[in-house]
Design a protein around this ligand. Structure first.
Ligand SMILES: C[S@@+](CC[C@H](N)C(=O)[O-])C[C@H]1O[C@@H](n2cnc3c(N)ncnc32)[C@H](O)[C@@H]1O
Length: 310
């Protein structure tokens, strides 16, 4: 019997220590046996075994990096991020670009199906509703920027209000799907943080639907977006809800944000909060994922006073 199967049988018979021994023996011979690693890490999960589990979990992360074909020098940062999602080490400021790219390039072909049918994803509708509810007569002819546009699920909603629609995303294959929709005037492959920094254009609406969950501290993105909004321009985004910490990286490999942090960052960057609602964004393992749909508005620029009459 293969050691992985033997370990499974031993485990069901309550012989956990013997099962672990069988897997350790296998991994002694074949250190990167993925089934062996996965089974062992599951068996070692739970209090008391974290130190023993860690090196094996790191090997799983290494295999994941190798499998995506990302350059070797990027593995370290990705492994650090994945370990931080398990509560180990310092939490990085955001998901490494190579991991974003690898994750979504790999997901692109079935992203729409998985999100819509399987995970009941509804952030695009919620963002569209938020744009509508704060439009105050600004309901068409808008210059709209879709950050992390992905396959373009926001496209049909944004196209109805946009005279110009631009999408930015890191994943080439997600952008391929977005291109097929023929809804965007421009699709740009870039890290939106870097791209925003080098951009001088001003938008009426900037959208980030299910994207800021890959960013920890929201301050830099708010600063960059504010600089790219015109007077009374709106930044509409979703984030997953944190109950306690300002920002925390979860096992889902996504950050969650507390309302307090979002409001504090909005105030720091001189945004007005036009709308802030709590909604179920989608499901995960059959459970609702609570989040916020937030609309921030850049306050009107005060008109420069006319020179005094002579
Ligand atoms: C969960 S998908 C959401 C896609 C789309 N907004 C939607 O609502 O379906 C997240 C997208 O954000 C992109 N993304 C994440 N971080 C990014 C970054 N720093 N720069 C550009 N795109 C990013 C990913 O490549 C991915 O396509």
């Amino acid at each position: 019997m293969h050691p992985v199967h033997a370990a499974g049988v031993l485990r069901t018979k309550g012989e956990r220590d013997l099962a672990i021994e069988a897997l350790l023996e296998l991994l002694g011979r074949e250190p990167y046996h993925i089934d062996g690693l996965n089974h062992l890490v599951v068996m070692l999960s739970g209090p008391g075994h974290e130190d023993m589990a860690r090196p094996f979990r790191r090997r799983i992360h290494e295999l994941r990096c190798i499998g995506t074909g990302m350059p070797d020098h990027e593995h370290g940062a990705v492994i650090e991020y994945l370990e931080a999602a398990h509560g180990v080490g310092v939490t990085p400021k955001r998901m490494p670009m190579s991991l974003v790219r690898a994750t979504f390039d790999g997901l692109a072909d079935f992203y729409d199906w998985k999100l819509r049918t399987y995970l009941h994803y509804r952030a695009p509708e919620l963002v569209a509703e938020a744009i509508r509810s704060t439009e105050r007569g600004r309901d068409h002819g808008l210059d709209v920027l879709d950050l992390g546009c992905g396959t373009g699920l926001m496209g049909p909603f944004l196209r109805t209000v946009a005279s110009r629609l631009t999408g930015v995303d890191l994943s080439e294959r997600m952008l391929d799907r977005a291109r097929e929709r023929e809804l965007y005037d421009q699709l740009i492959e870039a890290d939106f943080m870097v791209w925003l920094e080098g951009n001088r254009h001003r938008y009426d609406v900037v959208v980030a639907s299910d994207v800021l969950c890959y960013v920890g501290d929201l301050s830099p993105v708010m600063e960059l977006v504010r600089a790219r909004l015109g007077s009374r321009g709106r930044f509409v985004f979703t984030v997953e809800k944190s109950e306690v910490e300002d920002v925390s990286l979860r096992l889902t490999e996504r950050y969650v944000h507390h309302e307090r942090h979002i409001r504090a960052m909005a105030a720091r960057h001189h945004f007005d909060v036009a709308n802030f609602v709590e909604r179920v964004l989608r499901t995960q393992n059959g459970r609702p994922v609570d989040g916020y749909v937030v609309t921030l508005e850049r306050p009107p620029v005060a008109p420069t006073s006319a020179p005094p009459a002579r």
